[in-house]
Every structure is written in structure tokens, then in C-alpha cells.
Unconditional design. Structure first.
Length: 178
């Protein structure tokens, strides 16, 4: 089913069930809903795929960030790169350490920090999840022209969303969002 058709059907259903008066949405709001629903659908497909290899989206994200890091990583750096709260990543790292996927060690330079690294089991889990390509290759249904058009659009939307995050959450670390 075409995403636009699905989005319209979902909007109509939501309005019928939850709203007593119709809402007028701008073209931007309709497009945002379409992107949002598509994002949720893509995320669910990836969640189901990762579950087959025993990982969650969050765990796969941490494994990925550790694998591609060009510098030692700590929970704060991981949280910034994943756009998550530091306490959320710290708790996740603790659980992943208990599962043997990562290990932590005191940072020799900053005594109150820990460095996070992949274990052998974590390396193997990363390799297993990276072989799961069905959801990650969802764009195979797009033409080359559509793919080429999509990348700069995604970059522009991501930059705008990052600006909104900085505006709504101006904290010590918001300038480090990628």
C-alpha cells in the first residue's frame, strides 16, 4: 500500500475514533505524519529483524557506535551520538555489560568517567546484526533517482530537527549533537 494512502487512511481513522471536531492540517503537518508513520514502520521492521539475533534497537545502536568510533567512547559520547539521555545509555551499557556485550573500565584521565568497549561477544553480536539486511535494504524498492533525491532531503530534515532539539533543550551538551 502506498504510504500516502496509508497516511490518509490512518488520519481518517484517528479523527473518527478520537476527535469530535475535524482538524485542518497544513501540507507540512500531513507530510510530517507521513514521515512519522514511515519511520515507525521502518523501526518496527528493524526491531523484529534484530530480535531474531537477540538484540534490541538500542543495543544494536550502542554496538554500532562503539564499532565505528575513532576515539575512546564513554556513555556520554554514545548518548550524544544516539540522541538519547545520558542516564538511559548508562543504564543500557550496564545491562549490556552484564550480558557480556561490552566492558567498562575507569578512564585513566578522568577518574569519574568510564570507557566502554566491545567484548568478543559484542563483536560477534555486531557481526550477527549487520548481516540482518532485510529492513536496512528497504530502499531497494526505490529507483536510483529517488535514492539520490532522498539523501539530501533526509540531511536537510535531520539538520532542521537538530536545530529544534537545540532550541527546545538548550543544555550543556546540545551543541555536540550530530
Amino acid at each position: 500500500m502506498d504510504n500516502v494512502v496509508f497516511c490518509k487512511m490512518w488520519q481518517n481513522h484517528y479523527r473518527e475514533v478520537h476527535m469530535t471536531q475535524p482538524i485542518r492540517m497544513t501540507d507540512d503537518e500531513v507530510l510530517w505524519e507521513n514521515i512519522f508513520i514511515t519511520s515507525i514502520t521502518l523501526q518496527r521492521a528493524r526491531e523484529l529483524e534484530l530480535a531474531q539475533v537477540g538484540l534490541s534497537m538500542a543495543q544494536a545502536g550502542v554496538l554500532y557506535q562503539l564499532k565505528i568510533a575513532k576515539e575512546p567512547m564513554n556513555p556520554m559520547k554514545i548518548s550524544r551520538r544516539m540522541h538519547k539521555q545520558p542516564h538511559t545509555i548508562s543504564a543500557l551499557v550496564t545491562r549490556m555489560e552484564a550480558d557480556g556485550l561490552v566492558e567498562t573500565a575507569k578512564d585513566l584521565e578522568r577518574k569519574n568517567w568510564v570507557r566502554v568497549s566491545l567484548t568478543k561477544k559484542g563483536q560477534e553480536a555486531f557481526k550477527r546484526q549487520i548481516t540482518q539486511k532485510l529492513a536496512r535494504n528497504v530502499t531497494s524498492c526505490l529507483s536510483k533517482k529517488e535514492k539520490d533525491a532522498m539523501a539530501p532531503i533526509c540531511n536537510k530534515l535531520r539538520a532542521r530537527a537538530t536545530g529544534i532539539i537545540r532550541q527546545l533543550q538548550p543544555d550543556l551538551y546540545s551543541d555536540l549533537l550530530i
